[in-house]
Design a protein around this ligand. Structure first.
Ligand code: ATP
Ligand code: MG
Length: 231
């Protein structure tokens, strides 16, 4: 049996002084899987992704319980900088992923955490420019880019790091049909390179035929479907 890159057992999290959160979450993800995470607004998708990448409870007060292992290591024993080398994330608002002297080449990823220098990151992005259709975008002032253009750069830079797992939170929200289909092709390429991709989205036509598992979130509870057909 293949190793699990993520295994969650009875994972629960409640925001401080709130009944909202996620509870009794059980699932596993193997290398090279495309996983769709879907469910209504407010059902807990982003909360689950933030648990996986260490943002919860790092920046939010609240209780995380149950067990979670990432790339074979118990989550509680993994330090943030180690986690960042294994899991890459692109959030709903990619603007927050840039710091700026106003050029897009200035990326917000905590590069020292990944062991990359800024120059190396920019180099990687340039290599990916053609494939991702980012021609010329890197030299532009980020505030002149559209949300969709920013989204594509954030997605490209996240994949350039080649972590084992990528978390995309509503990646198609700002993309037109053509760019969403391009995103689908990129995700299939990442899968073929052995990366696991968890995509939280309400629309997923662009993943058509390449979903290996569906995580369906409903009021903080998770239902796991082992195939797109089962969903
Ligand atoms: P969407 O599809 O709109 O992005 P989601 O499934 O990603 O929704 P979450 O953002 O995970 O939903 O929110 C789950 C629940 O937790 C919601 O009820 C939300 O109001 C609540 N919540 C989210 N962030 C916090 C926070 N920082 N403090 C308290 N409650 C929060
Ligand atoms: Mg969300």
């Amino acid at each position: 049996m293949a190793e699990n890159v993520i295994r969650a057992k009875d994972l629960s999290f409640n925001y401080e002084e709130s009944t909202e959160g996620i509870s009794d979450i059980n699932f596993s993800i193997e290398p090279g899987m495309v996983v769709l995470l879907t469910g209504n607004s407010g059902s807990g998708k982003s909360t689950l992704l933030k648990c996986l990448n260490g943002l919860i409870p790092a920046v939010t007060e609240g209780e995380l319980s149950g067990s979670l292992s990432i790339a074979g290591k118990e989550y509680s024993s993994v330090k943030m900088h180690q986690l960042n080398k294994v899991i890459g994330s692109v959030f709903q608002n990619p603007r927050s992923q840039f710091f700026t002297d106003n050029t897009t080449a200035e990326l917000v990823f905590p590069m020292e955490n990944y062991g990359y220098t800024k120059d190396q990151m920019v180099q990687r992005l340039k290599e990916l420019e053609k494939e991702f259709g980012l021609d010329g975008l890197l030299d532009r002032n980020i505030y002149t880019l559209s949300s969709g253009e920013r989204q594509m750069i954030a997605l490209a830079s996240a994949t350039a790091l080649k972590q084992k797992v990528l978390l995309f939170d509503e990646p198609s929200a700002n993309l037109d049909y053509g760019n969403a289909m391009k995103l689908g092709r990129i995700i299939r390429k990442l899968k073929s390179e052995g990366m696991s991709v968890i995509v939280a989205d309400h629309r997923f036509y662009y993943l058509n035929g390449s979903i290996d598992k569906v995580l369906f979130m409903d009021h903080g509870k998770l239902k796991v479907c082992e195939s797109e057909e089962e969903f």
